[in-house]
Ligand binder design. Structure first.
Ligand code: UD1
Ligand code: UDP
Length: 367
């Protein structure tokens, strides 16, 4: 029996690592597919070096492209792969195009799908991720959720209760597993940061794809950099546009390439605040107790606001919000969402192992 994990984009790797490890602990046969959606060393390979992830068994090498060409390329390659060797179950992660592509292929050829991080909703259908989430959840056989409100979203969309499992957050499993390695001091020294600083990540199409929006953001970030130096490990999407608009032309803005996971989390841990439009970073700052200002009109991760350090902000209000966050300082104690405790991967395995055994029994009976 083989379980196949589909990864491809940066956020998939820290989510898949604990599920792979937990299933390996139960002796489940597994294969790891990398679609090749992300391919730069710091967007992909570094996670395999740092997170005890097994090497991918297959890399589809699809690379970048429009939504249709990228999703289509993953679909064609996966259909061929799964027709040659049919998996017992395919596990997909999050909300990227590789996730959607795998769910579509599996549903058409009758391979069961488990979706890790199911039921998140921003209710903003202009986000490609929201489309990917809704379709993947409609097609999956098992929906693993990180937080209780996801159960309501899935139920309202007609997903049967017995398919939904609240298991916690596997990305936080990875964070807690490696927490001792997140040492801010050497990371700060390596980046020439010798006082308070903020970290920023920006890559949402809504922020960086249009020149007008990107310019508004650049101006807001410069006002923020008047207050505190900002280290920006800049995602390749929008990099050229932001730099063309003069983003790096401020002494307080330090643009660097995307960072390895340990370096990135170390710098986040030591920062006075994080400015971001990332999904995962909202969750990681919540657990680390680092103030997070999210440059988006909505979040599919409301627990980071109700239980965490996250606030949604607009570019126009960002400088004032940063000033207030610095004045408030880091909280002495902070709540963490339920089940974000480092054991989500094991809970997923606890559901999947009997599920696989039952299917194996059914198959034997049918033969
Ligand atoms: C994708 C996900 C997004 C996720 C993000 C995480 C979709 C629709 N979007 O967005 O949900 O938050 O990953 O990082 O799946 N590029 C490189 N090197 C790489 C990868 C990409 O230079 O290794 C550049 C290419 O110019 C590419 C652009 O980045 O066209 C965008 O990459 P893509 O994977 O299409 O979308 P992301 O913006 O990375
Ligand atoms: N990350 C990293 N280096 C960076 C930026 C991010 O290692 O320079 C990690 C971090 O753990 C984050 C994850 O990559 O949660 C996914 O980030 P991204 O913002 O690309 O994806 P999203 O969560 O928005 O889909």
């Amino acid at each position: 029996m083989t379980v196949v994990h589909i990864t491809g984009a940066r956020p998939n790797f820290p989510k898949a690592a604990p599920v792979l490890a937990a299933l390996a602990g139960h002796g489940v046969g597994q294969r790891l597919v990398h679609t090749g959606q992300h391919y730069d060393d710091k967007m992909s390979e570094v996670f395999f070096r740092e997170l005890d992830l097994p090497r991918p068994d297959v890399n589809l090498g699809v690379g970048s492209g429009s939504h249709a060409s990228q999703t289509g390329a993953v679909m064609v390659a996966l259909e061929e792969l799964f027709t040659a060797e049919r998996p017992e179950l395919v596990i997909v992660y999050g909300d990227v195009n590789s996730t959607l592509a795998a769910a579509l292929v599996c549903s058409k050829i009758g391979v069961p799908i488990a979706h890790v991080e199911a039921g998140l909703r921003s209710f903003d259908m202009t986000m490609p991720e929201e489309v990917n989430r809704k379709v993947t959840d409609a097609l999956c056989d098992l929906a693993f959720t990180t937080s209780p409100e996801a159960i309501g979203h899935l139920s309202r969309e007609g997903v049967a209760a017995d398919r939904i499992h609240l298991v916690g957050n596997p990305m936080i499993d990875t964070l807690l597993k490696h927490l001792d390695r997140f040492d801010p001091a050497p990371a700060q020294a390596a980046h020439g940061l010798d006082g308070p600083y903020a970290v920023a990540t920006l890559h949402r199409p809504g922020n960086v794809d249009s020149e007008a929006q990107a310019l508004t953001l650049v101006r807001a970030m410069h006002k923020c950099a008047d207050q505190v130096p900002i280290l920006v490990p800049l995602h390749p999407r929008g990099r050229a546009r932001l730099l063309d608009l003069g983003f790096a032309d401020h002494p307080g803005i330090r643009v660097v390439d995307p960072l390895g996971y340990v370096d990135f989390m170390s710098l986040v841990r030591g920062s006075v605040a994080v400015l971001t439009d990332s999904g995962g970073v909202q969750e990681e700052t919540t657990v680390l107790g680092v103030p997070c200002l999210t440059l988006r009109p909505s979040t599919e991760r409301p627990a980071t606001i109700t239980h965490g350090t996250n606030r949604l902000v607009r570019a126009e209000t960002l400088p004032d919000e940063l000033r207030a966050a610095i004045e408030r300082g880091r909280p002495a104690t902070w709540p963490v969402p339920p089940l974000w405790d480092g054991h989500a991967g094991e809970r997923i395995a606890d559901v999947l192992v009997p599920w696989l055994a039952e299917r194996a029994g059914d198959d034997a009976t049918a033969r």
